[in-house]
Design a protein around this ligand. Structure first.
Ligand code: SAH
Ligand code: MG
Length: 206
């Protein structure tokens, strides 16, 4: 896949997105952003926001980026994906917001990407704007994944793209909740599969 034109080298940003997955997100956001805002759940240090935001900017759209910035379970001390440099000793917790903001500034995306700092399910409860693209890459517990699916997919407009990250059909490759909500989406009859890139799945809202 051809790498999209980005204002920053994505390899310089901490995160969990493969370049081919990023390119697929870029293309999807480029096509969808003219129809309404895009929204991602799971900002971390801004890697996916770089791809999605650069596309939104080029298309004249915006990206809302939801994260409480306290990290997922697997980012906590003692877990596999913990990064001690993201620890805020004063708060006694992880804090990825300063790094996320630095990424947006360096990428000239502060006028395109809007950070929504809070728990996804609470923000979803108060959301009302139809979305052109929804990228689910937040908490990977079953509770978080289900809350993201049920809380946010009703806001996706017809023709909108639902993107889900970390979908692993084989449990040996990774946790199941993103796969489970992907299955729910397929079984709902509301979506058709659009494309598949590594652990990323793109579906189109009928
Ligand atoms: N998209 C990012 C990776 C996101 S990692 C990238 O491209 O690198 C998952 C993120 O989801 C973490 O930053 C964590 O803080 C956030 N998160 C987990 N559960 C959440 C919840 N319930 N509400 C909001 N954010 C959540
Ligand atoms: Mg992910």
């Amino acid at each position: 896949m051809t790498p999209p034109p980005l204002p920053l080298d994505p390899a310089s940003i901490k995160g969990f997105l493969d370049p081919d997955e990023g390119a697929a997100l870029y293309d999807a956001a480029m096509a969808r952003a003219p129809f309404g805002p895009c929204l991602e759940i799971g900002a971390y240090c801004g890697k996916s926001a770089l791809y999605l935001g650069a596309a939104c900017k080029a298309a004249g759209g915006v990206l809302f980026s939801v994260d409480h910035h306290r990290g997922s379970d697997e980012n906590q001390p003692g877990w596999e994906w913990h990064d001690a440099s993201l620890w805020d000793a004063g708060a006694g917790s992880l804090d990825t917001l300063p790094v996320f903001r630095r990424t947006l500034r360096a990428a000239h995306l502060e006028e395109t990407v809007i950070a929504l700092v809070g728990r996804s399910a609470i923000i979803a409860r108060h959301w009302a704007t139809p979305l052109s693209l929804l990228f689910i890459d937040g908490g990977h517990t079953m509770e978080a994944a289900l809350a993201d699916y049920h809380g946010w997919t009703p806001h996706l407009m017809a023709g909108g793209v639902l993107a889900i990250h970390d979908v692993f059909p084989d449990p040996a490759d990774g946790g199941r909740p993103p796969f489970e909500i992907f299955q729910l989406a397929l079984a709902s009859g509301l979506f058709e599969t659009a494309c598949e890139v590594k652990s990323l799945r793109l579906l189109r809202r009928l």
